[in-house]
Write a protein that binds this ligand. Sequence first.
Ligand code: KIV
Ligand code: ZN
Length: 513
Amino acid sequence: MKQQLIIFDTTLRDGEQSPGASMTKEEKLRVARQLERMRVDVIEAGFAAASPGDFDAIHAIAEAIKDSTVCSLARANENDIRRAGEAIKPAARGRIHTFIATSPIHMEKKLRMSPDQVVEQAVKAIGWAREYTNDVEFSAEDAGRSEIDFLCRIFEAVIKAGATTINVPDTVGYNLPSQFAETIRQLIERVPGADKVVWSVHCHNDLGLAVANSLAAVLAGARQVECTINGLGERAGNASLEEVVMATRTRADIFPVETRVDTTQIVPASKLVSQITGYPVQPNKAIVGANAFAHESGIHQDGVLKHRETYEIMRAEDVGWSQNKLVLGKHSGRNAFKTRLAELGIDLPSEEALNAAFARFKELADKKHEIFDEDLQALVSDETVTPEQEHYKLVYSQVCSETGEIPESAVTLAVGGAEHKAASSGSGPVDATFKAIEKIAASGAEQLLYSVNAITTGTDAQGEVTVRLAKGGRIVNGQGADTDIVIASAKAYLNALNKLHSSLEKLNPQGDI
Ligand code: KIV
Ligand code: ZN
């Protein structure tokens, strides 16, 4: 009999800590619904005390999600924990995840607390959390660089105080698999009450070892893995959910565990998160990269044609890859459109949003005769933007680009409802368009990234553009899709400007208590 490996997804919390990956409440809800559809056990929906926006998003997710536990992060202080407790109140199953740092360097330099004070604070935190829920997780931040004797001491104390999951984070991604597995083994052996709790791991990818460390920990007895879609997360990211799930499933001969995850929902989840956060998936990324199941060399192709398992250890369809399916065309009606959106798990907020999306679908179908699922996903992302989130809007764009001539662009923008026009030259049509937009917006933001991906195959494909802007310490990602790359680029730039314009400030969950 296999034991259950609990999949704890922190895309909406640790994943959101990636530069520019901040999501709106509506975007977080869409991701949470997809995680529920994928049968993730625990969704860490955010850090309630970080900002009113985070609180609202967790509360809305707690109301909407029925089949997964909804969790909020909280530092080990009373205010954070009460905010977390209030945010998860509507959940069918709610968890509070509280943490405090335990490594000598964090305790001394960051917290300026003695080990005794840290233990005392952690125990108090569990007491406050238990006023709201019986499902309380405790994390020893920077456990990967903490002393094992101190970890044993603090874990024993928090278990006595009522913690039900004990998480061992390798916060800075410093550990190696054999070493991390040994830590987990010793903790389970030495901590009194270890058999009453679930042991969990949370590994960062600074040395590219987050998945390897997590899997080594599972072999040593961990029964919860904290991970994110596409491995998103602070700095080099977290362990990637799809890799952890598929490794334990594909190597069922080695792992004594199984997950509840519906693996066919993995690729849709990856695409949704990439589209919403503006973090493209590298083509050679395991499981969800565009090339993960593509066989390029003749020898491999020949082998796969003769017998698939010669070069394939997993089936593409098992993780949700489908051939680009022709789903709709220009003669499809509103009902077919609505039905397909529902099948994709897309729930537009209102009838007006549906009508607007349908009108845009018809426009797209005129330009591009075959509409695929990926096109629909890109198309509806615009309809989830509320008017308040759209301070800058593209009204008109014209570009002139000729061999041997300097490209020129003219744009008309609606800014807070009023129209403004500007023109500029640039090194290319996209550069000229961005300069024209800047003449109006005068944001002064620094551009950190510009990338274009074709959403589907063929030269009539929509291009999906990501623009990352930085200003005043904030970093945002904007996205736009269109069959015209210049328009897609303008939309992405404006989307980023709109995010900069909305001034939601957040606390950093790794800050002091
Ligand atoms: O990396 C980390 O230590 C964390 C904790 C808050 C669990 O994200
Ligand atoms: Zn983390």
